[in-house]
Design a protein. Structure first.
Length: 281
């Protein structure tokens, strides 16, 4: 059954999740939805030094938003910040160094951030796909610690700040891979059975979808959404899924195409006309 679900997902992806699918869907987009000025609004983007995160931050910066880049690697993050400032002319780009797999550091960061900044939109983009079972220094399975627990703690810690803001939003970058996994709360850290990094990642992404649904029910003043960016040519895809990348590299979306739905959810007034808690493909 697992093989069947994986095959169905892959075939579906060939049609819809590639660059071809994006180009087909984009014929129905309304460009005015995202041609907005968001000056004065504050956005926090995790995993923002490359890939979908950097592309998202850059597009928000182009529209005048204040952008907080939350990254793990200081050197790469500083290069990304410089590139965004240079390309957009927006100086209101701030850098924060944080490992999203470290719960204590997340709480510490969030407390400091709440005292120093305002926040309108949180974009949970940071993630990883570790193909062998590794533990963090806290003894947590690394994929779960980063993709699920880190996302949960950061969002939970920043909810009081978001509750104070007008038109507050939380967007989480999930994956269509979650479609091959049902929520399994009995083995959150993948201790049982054979460890398959791809399926562990897919389970984490299902967990993010369920978290979004629960947050939407509990916090009515904030608009929550979770989305799949399609299959995009990012450093993470190249390093974590090299075989997939080699097979699909000529069909993958650009980073900007992968970030397109995140940007729409973050800046468009149309996005908040839809119910909170939905999964977007």
């Amino acid at each position: 059954m697992s093989w069947y679900r994986n095959t169905v997902w892959f075939v579906k992806g060939l049609r819809e999740y590639t660059r071809c699918g994006y180009e087909s869907a984009s014929m129905h987009f309304n460009p005015d939805d995202v041609e907005v000025n968001v000056a004065g609004r504050s956005f926090l983007v995790t995993g923002a030094n490359s890939g979908i995160g950097k592309a998202t931050a850059k597009e928000i910066a182009r529209r005048g938003g204040t952008v907080h880049l939350v990254c793990r690697n200081k050197e790469r993050a500083e290069v990304a910040r410089g590139e965004i400032v240079t390309e957009t002319g927006n100086q209101n780009i701030f850098l924060h160094i944080l490992d999203i797999s470290n719960p204590k550091e997340i709480w510490k960061f969030a407390e400091k951030f709440k005292n120093e900044h305002k926040l309108n939109v949180l974009i949970n983009n940071a993630g990883c796909m570790v193909n062998n079972r590794e533990l963090t220094e806290d003894g947590l399975e690394k994929n779960f610690a980063t993709n699920t627990l880190g996302t949960y703690i950061l969002t939970t810690a920043l909810l009081p700040l978001l509750e104070k803001s007008a038109d507050a939003r939380v967007i989480t970058v999930s994956s269509g891979g979650m479609l091959v996994q049902k929520l399994n709360i009995s083995d959150l850290q993948s201790e049982n059975g054979t460890f398959d990094g791809t399926m562990v990642y897919a389970q984490n992404k299902r967990q993010q979808v369920v978290l979004t649904e629960q947050w939407a029910k509990a916090h009515r003043n904030i608009h929550f959404s979770v989305m799949h960016p399609g299959w995009a040519d990012t450093p993470a895809v190249r390093s974590s899924m090299p075989d997939f990348y080699e097979k699909m590299k000529n069909s993958l979306r650009t980073e900007a195409q992968g970030a397109d739905t995140v940007v729409w959810l973050a800046v468009s007034s149309e996005a908040t006309k839809l119910p909170s808690g939905l999964f977007f493909q």
